[in-house]
Design a protein around this ligand. Structure first.
Ligand SMILES: Cc1cc2nc3c(=O)[nH]c(=O)nc-3n(C[C@H](O)[C@H](O)[C@H](O)COP(=O)(O)O)c2cc1C
Length: 323
């Protein structure tokens, strides 16, 4: 059976959103946002803060296993950190070789490492050596820094280092998040390695899902922004495996369930963040939801200029009641 994973998204999909999205259904697992490994030794509380699921058997409340993602460029440091992380028994350790952020890349981390396949191999091997066999070590890569000249070398290096599976985000670093995603390159990686390859990039709909799998030849996918934009996407994809029919994206039918998720999100964001930051978090989610939900678009415009939590709550409740 094919697998669907929820992508790591720093600043967007934290434990709260992972909880809501995996509860909506369809996911076989998730990866948490990256934890940066630099000069200092990370205490266990850092792992727990980014991945609070570690305190609940490493699973979201609805039972999806969560892998913890590390980002760094020093094999020894990565190995030491992975060994500390392993004591908390994560379901997997994923290594980030795709982040395009200048603050990360300046220190040689994330996607910049794709210029150095030998270093990729040493990082994966150091992590693999440092953690018990039972914990899978996986890697998430882009196609390269500027072009695809070394894509296959990088994939081979990750495999040789001991990665149990590769997630391929089908763009180079310089392409950022601009469409298209080059799904045909995921297929080339799949043919070049023996480990499972998980396809990622620009899957927003059942149609994209079908085309991505056909072009890449991969059974398994990872959903990023598409999962946040349509919380029921994975569930629809999963159901289709049963009856061969994806079912329509029906905003009116989805809205009652979605507005309950939004209200819960808002309550929990408010309880956790400084009040002035809570509206911003909600707007971040609405900004993606409004691609497919006119109700979310209306709500987004109502609260866009709003920083008062009372007014945001009133708009949210009115939108939920509108059904
Ligand atoms: C806001 C944001 C934060 C992200 N943070 C991470 C991260 O922490 N680790 C990682 O490997 N990828 C990260 N990514 C990349 C996604 O996991 C995914 O590879 C990318 O968005 C492409 O998939 P999509 O087109 O389905 O969104 C992030 C993407 C976004 C949009």
């Amino acid at each position: 059976m094919s697998k669907i994973f929820l992508a790591p998204m720093e600043g967007l999909a934290d434990a709260l959103l992972r909880d809501l999205l995996t509860r909506a259904g369809g996911y076989d697992g998730a990866v948490c946002e990256f934890i940066r490994v630099s000069g200092t030794t990370l205490p266990a509380r850092t792992f727990r803060r980014v991945c609070p699921e570690l305190d609940d058997g490493g699973r979201t409340p609805s039972g999806s296993p969560v892998a913890v993602q590390l980002l760094g460029s020093c094999p020894e440091r990565m190995g030491e950190t992975a060994a500390r992380l392993a004591r908390l028994s994560p379901h997997g350790i994923d290594l980030n070789f795709g982040c395009p952020a200048p603050t990360v890349n300046r220190h040689g981390g994330g996607a910049m490492l794709l210029d150095d396949p030998d270093l990729l191999l040493r990082i994966v091997a150091a992590v693999r050596r440092a953690v018990p066999e039972a914990i899978p070590v996986t890697a998430k890569m882009r196609l390269g820094v500027r072009d695809t000249a070394r894509t296959l070398d990088c994939a081979a290096a990750l495999q040789a280092g001991g990665a149990a599976a590769l997630v391929v985000h089908a763009r180079t670093k310089v392409e950022g998040y601009r469409p298209p995603a080059h799904w045909e390159w995921i297929g080339r990686v799949r043919e070049a390695v023996a480990v499972p390859v998980i396809a990622n990039g620009e899957i927003w709909s059942p149609d994209d899902y079908a085309r991505c799998r056909a072009v890449s030849g991969c059974a398994d996918v990872m959903l990023g922004r598409g999962a946040v934009a349509d919380p029921f996407l994975a569930r629809r994809l999963r159901r289709a495996e049963g009856d061969g029919c994806y079912g329509p994206h029906d905003p009116a039918a989805d809205w009652p369930e979605l507005s309950v998720l939004l209200l819960e999100f808002w309550q929990r964001v408010k309880a956790r963040l400084l009040l002035q930051h809570a509206p911003g978090r909600l707007k971040l989610w609405l900004n993606l939801l409004r691609r497919g939900y006119p109700q979310a678009n209306l709500l987004y415009h109502r609260i866009r200029a709003c920083s008062d939590v009372g007014a945001v709550a009133a708009a949210l409740e009115a939108a939920a009641a509108a059904r």
